[in-house]
Design a protein around this ligand. Structure first.
Ligand code: CO
Length: 676
C-alpha cells in the first residue's frame, strides 16, 4: 500500500476526484469530530460533487468548496452512517445514521472471514467427505448473501455466503477449475462466525486442471491441452505515434479533436465522465453532464442449491473502483498511453493509490468515410480515430473492462468487456446439466446474465432536454400507402416518469432521441443525440422472484427521471441484502414531469450468457454496450474536416472503371488534388 503523495497545487476544478491527501483529511476530520472508535470502517470516501448550477457557473479561478462524502460502517454498533465533510473549513457538515441497510462488503471483511471458515470443523468435515485432506489448497470466495427471505433482511444481521473451490496449491493453478458443489457456508459478518454449513451431497471434484498460464496449458490432462506450449508464429506489432498523441491533458481535463471532457473516478463507480462537450466551429456544445455505470446485476438461472442464490450487484455490493486493476503498458494497453492514477480509501480511512488505473489512448478505427466516383475513379477516404478511456476490474473469478470511446463524427460508445473465469459448478460424470453447459469433464457453466445500467445525465446543448421514442412502423395499406411499401418513423414524446419505463424493440428499430427543444438545426429539427440501445434480453426469471424484485432496473431498457443529485444508483445506494424496490422504482413513484427539463437517462443492457465450451477455462472477451450518436445535432457530417492520412495520397481507383484501367504510374499524383 502506498500513502498519499503530497503535492501542492492550485485550487482544483470542482469535479477533480479527491486526492489522496483529501481522502485522508476527510477521514481524520471525521474521526476526530465524531470520536470514532477503531471499529469504525470507512466504506467509501468520495468527492461530494458541488450543486450542478454552481458547476455550470464555475469559471477557472473561482474555487468552490471541496467536500467529501463518506459512508461509514461502525461495526461495533452494526450501524451505517453517511457524512459530508468540508475539506476547506475542516468540519463535519452533516452526519446521519442510515437505518435498515447494510453497506457494501469491505476489503477488511473479505480478508478476515476466510480464516474463520477454514477453522470451522463443519466446513473441514465437509471437505474431508469430499476427499480433500490438504485444506490449504481450498479457496473461498466471498459471495454476498443476497436476499432470499426475511432471514436475510438487513435488520437481521450482516451475512455472507462463501463458496469453495480447490486448488492443487501449485503456482499458477486455476482453483476455479474445481468447484465444490453443494457446500454452502452462511457466515455472520457482525459476529465473525460461521452460522451454518449446508452440505447438499457430494459431487466429485472435476478431474482436470483447467490451467491457462503459458506453462499450465502444456499439461496433457488439461482441457484442451496444448502440449507444444504457446504458438510461435506471431511476429511483433508496434503502435507508434512518432509526433506524439493528439490529446491534451491538464490534471483530469482532456481535450481530443473536438471533444472536451473531464475524467473522474469513485471507489463505487470506477470511471466517471463529466462535462462531455463537443467544440463545434468555436462553440463548446455540452452533450453529457455526467456519465457512469450505475449498477450491475448478475442473476443465475440454475435452481440448484449452490447457484440459485447467486444474484450479485458487483457495484453496490462491493465497488467497481475499489476493484480496479493497475494497468500495464504493452499488456493491457498498447501504444502511446496516458495513464491516470486513481485514489481510493482503505477501511481505516487511509488513501490507497491504484497506479495506472485509467488508460487513455488513441486507436485507428478503420475507415471513417469513403466514396469513389466510379466514372472517374477519383476517391476520397478518411481514416477514423477514436479516443479510448478504460479501466479493468477483477470481481473474484470474473474480470470486467469498462470502455468509453469518442469518435470524430460526434459519436460516443460504451462497451463492457467480459472476461476472466466464469463461475461454475460440478456435475457427476455422465450427467449433463439442464440449466447450463458442460465445458470440461465434471465442470459446467450455469445459465446467467450480466445486466448493466448506465446513468446518463444528459445535457444536449444545455441542461433542459426532452426524450422521444422513435419506432419504425409499417403504414396501413390505403390511400396513404397504395403500394404497400411505406413505413414511417413514429415519434412518441415521453412526458412523465411513468411513460418513460421502456423496453428496447429491435423489430421496430427503436431508439430514443434526447432533444433540446430550445435549439434547432439548419433544417428546423430540434438538436438531439440518439441513444441506440445495446443488447436487451430481459431476465428470463419470473418477475416475482426475490432476485428480480431487487433489480427492477433490469426489467426495463430505458428509464428517464427528473434530475436529483442523490439519485445515482439504479438499485438504490445499499443493495446489500436489500429486499428490493429501492432506486429507480422508488424514485419514479413521484411520476415527475420530464419534458424540457433536466433529465437523467438510464440505459439497461445485457450480456446474456449461455455458456460455450470455448469460454473455458478463461473466457475470450465478450462485449456488450450501446451508442450515443448525434442525430440532427450537427448540420451535416461533422467529420468532413478530418484530413487525409498524412503519408498517403489515397488515390483510390475502382476496378472496372476508367480509373482502374489507367494505373497509378500513368496518372502521377492523386487526381483529386489537381483541382485544389
Ligand atoms: Co458470464
Amino acid at each position: 500500500m502506498q500513502t498519499a503523495e503530497h503535492e501542492v497545487t492550485a485550487a482544483p476544478h470542482p469535479l477533480e476526484p479527491l486526492s489522496g491527501d483529501e481522502i485522508e483529511a476527510a477521514a481524520a476530520i471525521l474521526r476526530e469530530e465524531r470520536h470514532l472508535e477503531e471499529s469504525a470502517q470507512f466504506v467509501f470516501v468520495t468527492l461530494m460533487e458541488p450543486p450542478k448550477d454552481r458547476v455550470w457557473a464555475y469559471s477557472a479561478g473561482t474555487a468552490l468548496e471541496r467536500q467529501a462524502f463518506v459512508v461509514l460502517h461502525e461495526r461495533a454498533l452494526c450501524a451505517v452512517y453517511e457524512a459530508v465533510v468540508s475539506l476547506d473549513t475542516r468540519e463535519v457538515l452533516s452526519w446521519q445514521e442510515i437505518r435498515g441497510v447494510q453497506p457494501p462488503l469491505t476489503r477488511d471483511e473479505t480478508i478476515a472471514y476466510e480464516e474463520v471458515v477454514r477453522d470451522d470443523p463443519r466446513w473441514q468435515e465437509a471437505m474431508r467427505r469430499r476427499g480433500v485432506t490438504d485444506l490449504d489448497g481450498a479457496k473461498l470466495d466471498p459471495w454476498p448473501v443476497g436476499y432470499d427471505g426475511p432471514e436475510d433482511a438487513p435488520e437481521r444481521g450482516r451475512f455472507l455466503r462463501p463458496l469453495t473451490w480447490v486448488s492443487t496449491g501449485e503456482d499458477g493453478d486455476n482453483a476455479y477449475a474445481r468447484p465444490v458443489e453443494g457446500l454452502i457456508v452462511r457466515f455472520d459478518l457482525d459476529r465473525m462466525e460461521v452460522v451454518e454449513v449446508e452440505d447438499h451431497g457430494i459431487v466429485p471434484l472435476a478431474p482436470r486442471s483447467g490451467n491457462y498460464t503459458a506453462e499450465g496449458i502444456r499439461a496433457s490432462e488439461n482441457f484442451p491441452s496444448f502440449s507444444d506450449g504457446v504458438r510461435t508464429d506471431l511476429r511483433p506489432i508496434e503502435i507508434t505515434q512518432p509526433a506524439g498523441t493528439s490529446f491534451e491533458v491538464s490534471r483530469h481535463e482532456v481535450r481530443w479533436q473536438r471533444w472536451r471532457l473531464r475524467v473522474g473516478f469513485t471507489p463505487r463507480e470506477g470511471l466517471v465522465l463529466h462535462d462531455v462537450a463537443y467544440e463545434d466551429r468555436g462553440e463548446v456544445r455540452p452533450v453529457l453532464y455526467r456519465a457512469s455505470l450505475s449498477e450491475m446485476f448478475i442473476p443465475y438461472g440454475d435452481p440448484s442449491p449452490t447457484h440459485y442464490r447467486k444474484n450479485v450487484f458487483d457495484m453496490g455490493e462491493a465497488g467497481i473502483g475499489m476493484l480496479a486493476n493497475s494497468l500495464e503498458l504493452g499488456c493491457d494497453c498498447l501504444g502511446e498511453i496516458h495513464y491516470f492514477d486513481a485514489w481510493v480509501n482503505d477501511n481505516q480511512g487511509r488513501a490507497v493509490r491504484i497506479p495506472n488505473a485509467i488508460c487513455m489512448h488513441e486507436e485507428d478505427n478503420g475507415v471513417l468515410w469513403k466514396h469513389t466516383d466510379y466514372r472517374s475513379g477519383r476517391g476520397e477516404v478518411r481514416r477514423s480515430r477514436r479516443l479510448v478511456l478504460s479501466i479493468f476490474t477483477t470481481v473474484g473469478n470474473y474480470d470486467y473492462g469498462f470502455f468509453w470511446y469518442f469518435y470524430q463524427d460526434g459519436s460516443i460508445e460504451y462497451e463492457v468487456k467480459l472476461t476472466g473465469v466464469m463461475t461454475n459448478g460440478s456435475v457427476p460424470a455422465g450427467e449433463r446439466p439442464r440449466y447450463g453447459t458442460l465445458v470440461a469433464p465434471g465442470v459446467y457453466g450455469p445459465n446467467h446474465q450480466h445486466i448493466f445500467c448506465v446513468r446518463l445525465d444528459m445535457a444536449v446543448d444545455g441542461p433542459n432536454n426532452s426524450v422521444v421514442e422513435c419506432d419504425s412502423v409499417p403504414v396501413e395499406p390505403g390511400p396513404d400507402n397504395p403500394h404497400g411499401n411505406a413505413w414511417e418513423v413514429v415519434r412518441t414524446p415521453l412526458r412523465r416518469e411513468s411513460e418513460a419505463q421502456r423496453l428496447a424493440n429491435p423489430n421496430l428499430a427503436r431508439f430514443w432521441r434526447i432533444e433540446n427543444p430550445a435549439r434547432q438545426n439548419a433544417v428546423g429539427d430540434p438538436v438531439a443525440y440518439r441513444l441506440e440501445p445495446g443488447p436487451s434480453t430481459p431476465p428470463p426469471q419470473r418477475s416475482d422472484t426475490h432476485a428480480i424484485r431487487r433489480a427492477q432496473f433490469a426489467t426495463r431498457n430505458l428509464w428517464v427521471t427528473a434530475y436529483q443529485p442523490d439519485e445515482l444508483f439504479a438499485a438504490g445506494p445499499y443493495p446489500y441484502q436489500h429486499p428490493g424496490g429501492a432506486g429507480l422504482p422508488e424514485w419514479v413513484r413521484a411520476d415527475r414531469p420530464i419534458e424540457n427539463g433536466d433529465v437523467v437517462v438510464w440505459h439497461t443492457f445485457v450480456a446474456h450468457h449461455v455458456v460455450r465450451s470455448e469460454d473455458w477455462p478463461v473466457m475470450p472477451v465478450a462485449t456488450a454496450g450501446f451508442k450515443l450518436r448525434p442525430d440532427g445535432f450537427f448540420d451535416g457530417n461533422p467529420s468532413l474536416d478530418v484530413p487525409e492520412p498524412v503519408s498517403h495520397s489515397c488515390d483510390h481507383q475502382a476496378p472496372g472503371t476508367n480509373g482502374g484501367r489507367r494505373g497509378a504510374n500513368e496518372t502521377g499524383p492523386s487526381l483529386h488534388r489537381d483541382g485544389s
